[in-house]
Design a protein around this ligand. Structure first.
Ligand code: PMP
Length: 414
């Protein structure tokens, strides 16, 4: 096998954690160009909820290609776009009693975030946006401004204008309810936090360390938004599309955001991003917010096919059952290795194992890679091992991967 340094000069910017060249994939397995097989507990950072190359999706794509369907859609209507919209409304929006318009925003998640904050500012004519400690929303200028971690920021970007980073749920532990704290800041005209256009949050912070917001906290934030006419934006790019057990991660709290940002798994690995906006927010004039690759027909075909997973509740049930198993297993690790002082958090099928020993989680991820399991780290100083397998992973594969983590911990802890 080539070493990391052999590749570094060739494709430097794309090798960070896994120093091989990947070639093909099926379900929860990826193969490199040497034929080595890896079990995927990373799933494209939440892009492959339905696994790699789902057969029905690939079939739909092949027949679409044979049909000569590569059209540039931009602001045009296409059959593929219409079919996706119809399937999305029939399967997801209507059964949940939701009322949203869909705005395609560009190929990648960050484009949806940019559109969401821009629209909130446009409609309210207010500049300030409240985002959260440890939140991640992308790295282009607008999205970067609301992404919290200093690692991504430089003084010269000067991007944090008009953004206030408030403490996320649990940031101060149990003692302070940060929803009340935010209310106080907003209501106090001498606090320096001006009335925001929007509050944007992830219900589970994917990159920030798998921090989970409670139902009650989300409800309080929603109430605050309603009272003050602030738009509530949920960034469901990483934890939407069933990752939490329901299609949208906010459903468990019974809240109805004004804007929802969607991307990653919606296109099954093909680039697709959009915002869902409450109808009264549809105030952009035609062409006022546009972009060339705002709507890729191949991605629409893939997305429409994948939504058949939501024709019944089998996937949701499986996520809850497998998620429960992951949780139990990680909790067992916590008690098996008390010297590491680990903790577990998550929901559905996104779980974080925090290991507060400097460099340990990163080392574990490297060891697991050598043992053919792909796992990434996240959170403050990369101290959290993030368990994010495809939702469709087979039970036996899940057990195998978790057992590799147990062995990795054993090896490094002794
Ligand atoms: N929001 C969240 C919650 C994300 O996890 C990510 C990507 N990790 C983004 C936004 C940005 O998406 P993209 O990288 O596709 O632009």
């Amino acid at each position: 096998m080539k070493l990391f340094s052999d590749y570094e000069s060739e494709v430097r910017s794309y090798i960070r954690s896994f120093p091989v060249v990947f070639d093909r994939a099926d379900g929860s397995i990826i193969w490199d160009d040497q034929g080595n097989e890896y079990l995927d507990f990373f799933a494209g950072a939440g892009t492959l909820n339905y696994g790699h190359n789902p057969k029905a999706m690939n079939q739909a794509l092949i027949s679409y290609l044979n049909h000569q369907g590569i059209l540039h859609s931009l602001d045009k209507a296409t059959v593929a776009k219409q079919k996706f919209i119809e399937k999305f409304y029939q399967t997801i929006i209507k059964p949940r009693g939701l009322d949203y318009k869909i705005q395609f925003t560009g190929p990648t998640g960050t484009n949806a975030v940019e559109a969401a904050i821009k629209l909130a500012r446009r409609v309210t004519q207010r500049g300030n946006v409240i985002a959260f400690t440890q939140g991640y929303h992308g790295l282009t200028m607008g999205a970067l401004a609301i992404t919290a971690n200093d690692y991504y920021h430089q003084q010269i970007y000067a991007s944090r204008t008009n953004v206030y980073h408030a403490p996320y749920d649990g940031y101060f532990g149990e003692t302070i309810n940060t929803a009340n704290y935010i209310r106080q800041l907003i209501e106090d005209s001498s606090s320096g936090v001006s009335m925001p256009a929007a509050i944007i949050l992830e219900t589970i912070q994917g990159e920030g360390g798998v921090n989970t917001a409670s139902k009650e906290w989300l409800q309080e934030i929603e109430k605050l938004c309603r009272e003050k006419n602030i738009f509530l934006i949920i960034d469901d790019i990483q934890v939407g599309n069933g990752r939490s057990g329901e299609f949208f991660s906010f459903e468990f709290a019974g809240i109805k955001p004004d804007i929802v940002c969607m991307s990653k798994s919606i296109g099954g690995g093909l680039p697709l991003a959009f915002t869902l906006i409450k109808p009264e927010l549809d105030q952009w004039l035609p062409g006022e917010h546009t972009g060339t690759f705002r709507g890729n027909n191949l991605a629409f075909v893939a997305a429409a096919e994948l939504l058949t997973y939501w024709d019944n509740d089998e996937l949701s049930q499986a996520v809850l059952q497998k998620g429960h198993m992951i949780k139990r297993c990680l909790e067992q690790f916590v008690s098996d290795f008390p010297q590491l002082k680990m903790s577990v958090r998550g929901r559905g099928m996104i779980w974080g194992l925090e290991i507060p020993v400097a460099g340990f989680a990163k080392q574990l991820s490297r060891t697991l890679f050598e043992n053919k399991l792909l796992v990434e780290t996240c959170g403050k100083e990369d101290s959290v091992v993030k368990i994010l397998p495809p939702l469709i992973i087979k039970q036996a594969q899940l057990e195998e991967g978790l057992s590799k983590i147990g062995k990795g911990l054993q090896m490094l802890a002794s």
